[in-house]
Design a protein around this ligand. Structure first.
Ligand SMILES: Cc1cc2nc3c(=O)[nH]c(=O)nc-3n(C[C@H](O)[C@H](O)[C@H](O)COP(=O)(O)OP(=O)(O)OC[C@H]3O[C@@H](n4cnc5c(N)ncnc54)[C@H](O)[C@@H]3O)c2cc1C
Length: 589
């Protein structure tokens, strides 16, 4: 028997601030005493003094870092707007005037994602072209009509989900002379039905991750797709970027979770009659939408696999003498049958950042920390400047979790690790959401920071991580940039043949004439080091416009041509997208 959950109001997104990361009531600030704290009450870390965080910045980025920079005087930019009165009128008639906006704040929000340079551009008034109209349909029928109108009246469409991409996937081309409609999916946000017996649910594309969690949770179910952006990103965005969540070991990546989808292409609705466990039906055009980044049409809904909420969730952590030993542990673990829902390994620098994010301890807590440190260094002979740490989430029924924990602990200890306890494991995961706010805090102090990800086979992990580190530090020196290059990595997902690695790069950008340009050089060098040493262009963030120029390095000429010809055939007028992946239609040239 299907369940039909109550509809969600579109206004549930009203607590999101828009242009900087996160909820409007949360964010890092420095107190008068010089400590850093996370504002608000949403996160476990919130409200606690973090006395070691600022000294960590000074030590690892630049010792001359000072107070918050004054908010730049942004010139009153009048971004060009291609008005199209007839289109706007007819969109208003179709969707209701309240659901069509030419308001500049709404247009700005739909015209960027969350890369460093986009956030920097917002702060410094650097965006050049944004959508001209924001249209928010509520149903697939309305999407069909919006697409029809765009074709008839010579406009183009950019689907907007949660705006959390980090690939310039929403940046509008400066030379686009047509009216650009941002098609926001925010009103298509319902979990339409849940079928507990077949463990399926149909969800609209604009549903935000945290709302999906909450709705399914009411019925004792989970989706299991948990990207670090889950609070703000949408189902449609996940499919369009081929996303991956931290618990993919247990629940799969987005392409394994989605069993059916519906989308609107330039000539109508793409759909199948049923959502079956698996089919062999020749070329499956639904697959085109995974990683499509807005190029082929608007995903309107998907049928996804859901799972019973696990009876038990436990955390764990292990400390290893160095990153290499931690990797050996992951490798042994991946060869085993008992992969926990999530396993992460951080290098030494990120381990120390985690320590710096610990709240001020009580007197007893301080003594305990000293004791732990003494035990680690004097008894176990671990070097504090080498150790790495692994955090784990176990999910399942009690017997399953107990068996996994016992097996994982055996493997970790056999590889030379030490049990770091459940509390440190839980803290590691709690930091995930808090830490996303750190980039905006850093930027306000002139520090430019961003993450980038890749996937590599087991045999290349050390080559890639060492090459990235070496080459970023060398280029930082060569360019004569101030302070130190912060370059650190974390392994976040395991596969039988390799892992996904995140790199975190930060520099002191205060006195640089072109801070984002300098940062981009370092990032480019890191990406080159990844590709030259056998890593992927991206594991889950995608291509967008930021990485399109690398595609000829990883695809044959025929492969590139097939992609382009598919785009040209399916979207001859270039109605969809902003040229992500370098794909253009004939009309756009
Ligand atoms: C702090 C942070 C943490 C992150 N963590 C992760 C992570 O753990 N895993 C991960 O995979 N990614 C992560 N990301 C990247 C980002 O969240 C994902 O790429 C996400 O899938 C984007 O979804 P969105 O709804 O925000 O899409 P948007 O940013 O709105 O759009 C992304 C692209 O998809 C297209 N699109 C959106 N909706 C539709 C639709 N309905 N139909 C067709 N095309 C559409 C857009 O046109 C655009 O090309 C993170 C980003 C940040 C800033």
């Amino acid at each position: 028997v299907k369940i039909y959950p109550e509809a969600k109001e579109a206004s549930t997104r009203s607590d999101e601030p828009g242009n900087v990361w996160g909820f409007s009531d949360s964010g890092f600030e420095r107190t008068a005493a010089g400590h850093v704290t996370l504002q608000g009450t949403r996160y476990a870390l919130a409200g606690k003094a973090l006395p070691d965080l600022w000294p960590f910045f000074l030590e690892h980025v630049g010792e001359t870092l000072g107070g918050e920079l004054p908010k730049p005087e942004t010139p009153a930019v009048t971004l060009p707007r291609v008005a199209h009165p007839e289109l706007e009128r007819r969109l208003g008639e179709l969707l209701g005037d309240g659901n069509v906006s030419v308001d500049s704040a709404a247009r700005v929000r739909c015209g960027h994602g969350h890369t460093l340079d986009e956030v920097h551009a917002l702060r410094h008034g650097g965006l050049r072209r944004i959508p001209d109209v924001v249209a928010s349909p509520q149903s697939e029928d309305e999407v069909v009509e919006v697409v029809r109108l765009a074709r008839e009246l010579g406009a183009c469409l950019v689907p907007y989900g949660g705006g959390t991409n980090v690939t310039h996937a929403l940046l509008c081309p400066e030379n686009e002379t047509r009216c650009i409609i941002a098609l926001s999916t925010r009103r298509m946000n319902r979990v339409r039905w849940i079928d507990p017996e077949n463990r399926l649910a149909e969800i609209e594309a604009g549903a935000v991750g945290r709302h999906i969690v909450e709705t399914l949770g009411r019925y004792g179910l989970v989706l299991g797709h948990e990207p670090d952006s889950i609070e703000f990103s949408t189902l449609g965005g996940w499919i369009a970027t081929n996303a991956s969540g931290m618990k993919k070991n247990r629940y799969g990546n987005i392409e394994e979770i989605v069993v059916d989808l519906r989308a609107v292409g330039s000539d109508g609705v793409i759909s199948h009659v049923s959502a079956l466990p698996r089919e062999s039906i020749g070329t499956d055009v639904r697959r085109l939408f995974f990683g499509s980044e807005g190029n082929f049409g608007i995903i309107t809904s998907a049928v996804v696999r859901v799972a019973k909420k696990p009876a038990v969730q436990q955390y764990g952590s292990f400390v290893f003498p160095d990153f290499q030993t931690g990797v050996a542990f992951l490798k042994a673990l991946s060869a085993d049958q008992t992969l926990p829902a999530s396993v992460r390994l951080v290098d030494n620098l990120q381990f120390r950042l985690g320590q710096a994010l610990k709240p001020k301890p009580s007197a007893i807590g301080r003594q305990l920390r000293t004791l732990q440190k003494t035990w680690l260094t004097l008894v176990k002979r671990f070097d504090l400047e080498q150790i790495s740490a692994c955090t784990i989430v176990y999910e399942g029924d009690e017997a399953e979790v107990n068996a996994q924990r016992a097996r994982v602990t055996d493997l970790a200890l056999d590889t030379g690790g030490i049990d770091g306890g459940a509390e440190n494991g839980e803290r590691g995961y709690q930091l995930t959401f808090g830490i996303a706010y750190l980039r905006d805090f850093a930027l306000r102090h002139g520090v430019l920071a961003e993450s980038m990800e890749t996937t590599v086979p087991w045999t290349k992990i050390l080559d890639v991580t060492q090459a990235v580190r070496r080459r970023v530090i060398a280029l930082h020196q060569e360019l004569g940039l101030p302070g130190r290059a912060f370059i650190s990595c974390r392994i976040s997902q395991l596969y039988s043949s390799g892992v996904c690695i995140y790199f975190y790069l930060a520099i002191d950008g205060r006195d640089l004439p072109d801070p984002c340009g300098s940062y981009a050089k370092l990032e480019h060098e890191a990406r080159r080091a990844i590709l030259e040493n056998g890593g992927a262009l991206s594991h889950h963030h995608g291509i967008g416009q930021i990485r399109k120029d690398y595609l000829p390095q990883i695809l044959s000429e025929a492969a590139l041509s097939w992609r382009q010809r598919t785009k040209t055939a399916l979207d001859p007028e270039g109605v969809f997208g902003v040229g992500n992946q370098g794909l253009r239609s004939t009309r756009r040239g």
